[in-house]
Design a protein around this ligand. Structure first.
Ligand SMILES: Cc1cc2nc3c(=O)[nH]c(=O)nc-3n(C[C@H](O)[C@H](O)[C@H](O)COP(=O)(O)O)c2cc1C
Length: 226
C-alpha cells in the first residue's frame, strides 16, 4: 500500500506474524527520470530477500509498462503484478490504475506486451471499472486470452474510491466468466468472511487483504491457522 507499507514492514510482518503467501510492493511508476529512488530501494532484491514478494507496476501505456518491466527484469524479478485498480485521481486522471479500464485498446496493448515477455509471470490487480462494471466485463475476452498467473479483483469502481460496499454480484459474475485463477480483495476484516467466500466461490484462488492487515497484523495468521 502506497505510503503505508514498505520492505521493512513486509519483512517484519513475514518474520513476526506470517500467514501471508505473497506480499505485493506498492506500485512503481515511470516518471520523467525513471523510477523514484525511494521506490527503487524498496524493490531491490536485497531489501526483499527471503520474503515472498511480487513487485507491482502502474502504467498508462505500453511504453511505460515496457520501461518498468525492463527495470524490474534487470534486477532479476520474474513475477510482475500490473495495477489496474488504483482509484487516486492523480493516477486515474492520467489513465493509470482504474483509469485504464475505460480504454480497452490500451489494456490490450499491455496484455500483448505480456505475451512477448514469456519469461515473466504476470498477474493483474483490478477494479470493476472506473465508471461502470461494464468496463471489466468488456475486458474479459482479452483477459482470458492473456498469459496471466491470476487476477485479483476488488469489486468497487474507481469513482467510489473506498465508499459503499464491494459489489458481490458483479464479483460472482466475473468469477463465472474469468478463465484464470481469481483472488478476492475488498473489506476483509474477519476470519468468517474468508470462510464465507470459500463456500460461495469454491474455486477461489485466495484473498488479498490490505488495510485490515495493517490494523490487525495477526489476521492472516489467524485465518491460516483455522
Ligand atoms: C493508502 C492506500 C494505499 C494503497 N496502495 C495500493 C497499491 O500501491 N497497490 C495496490 O494494488 N493497492 C493499493 N491499495 C488498495 C489496497 O490494496 C486494496 O485493494 C484496498 O484497500 C481494498 O482492500 P482492503 O479493504 O483489504 O484494504 C491502497 C489502499 C490504500 C488505502
Amino acid at each position: 500500500m502506497q505510503g503505508v507499507t514498505d520492505a521493512r514492514f513486509r519483512r517484519q510482518h513475514f518474520l513476526q506474524q506470517g500467514g501471508v503467501d505473497c506480499y505485493y510492493t506498492p506500485f512503481l511508476r515511470w516518471e520523467r527520470n525513471g523510477v523514484r529512488p525511494k521506490d527503487r530501494r524498496d524493490v531491490l532484491p536485497t531489501a526483499n530477500q527471503g520474503v515472498p514478494v511480487v513487485p507491482q507496476v502502474i502504467a498508462a501505456n505500453r511504453d511505460e509498462f515496457c520501461r518498468l518491466c525492463d527495470f524490474l527484469q534487470k534486477m532479476g524479478w520474474t513475477s510482475i503484478d500490473l495495477n489496474m485498480g488504483c482509484p487516486f485521481p492523480m493516477q486515474t486522471g492520467h489513465g493509470r490504475g482504474a483509469g485504464i479500464l475505460q480504454h480497452p485498446e490500451r489494456v490490450e496493448s499491455l496484455l500483448q506486451e505480456m505475451t512477448v515477455r514469456r519469461e515473466v509471470s504476470f498477474s493483474i490487480k483490478m477494479r470493476l471499472g472506473q465508471q461502470s462494471p461494464d468496463e471489466a466485463f468488456a475486458l474479459i475476452p482479452m483477459l482470458n486470452e492473456a498469459p496471466l498467473h491470476h487476477v485479483t479483483l476488488h469489486p468497487r469502481l474507481g469513482i467510489q474510491q473506498y465508499s459503499g460496499t464491494p459489489d458481490r454480484d458483479s464479483f460472482a459474475r466475473f468469477y463465472a466468466l474469468l478463465q484464470h485463477p481469481l483472488v478476492y480483495n475488498g473489506d476483509i476484516v474477519a476470519v468468517n468472511q474468508v470462510y464465507r467466500l470459500g463456500k460461495d466461490f469454491p474455486d477461489l484462488e485466495g484473498v488479498m487483504i490490505g488495510r485490515a492487515l495493517v490494523e490487525h497484523p495477526d489476521l492472516a495468521r489467524v485465518i491460516k491457522s483455522r
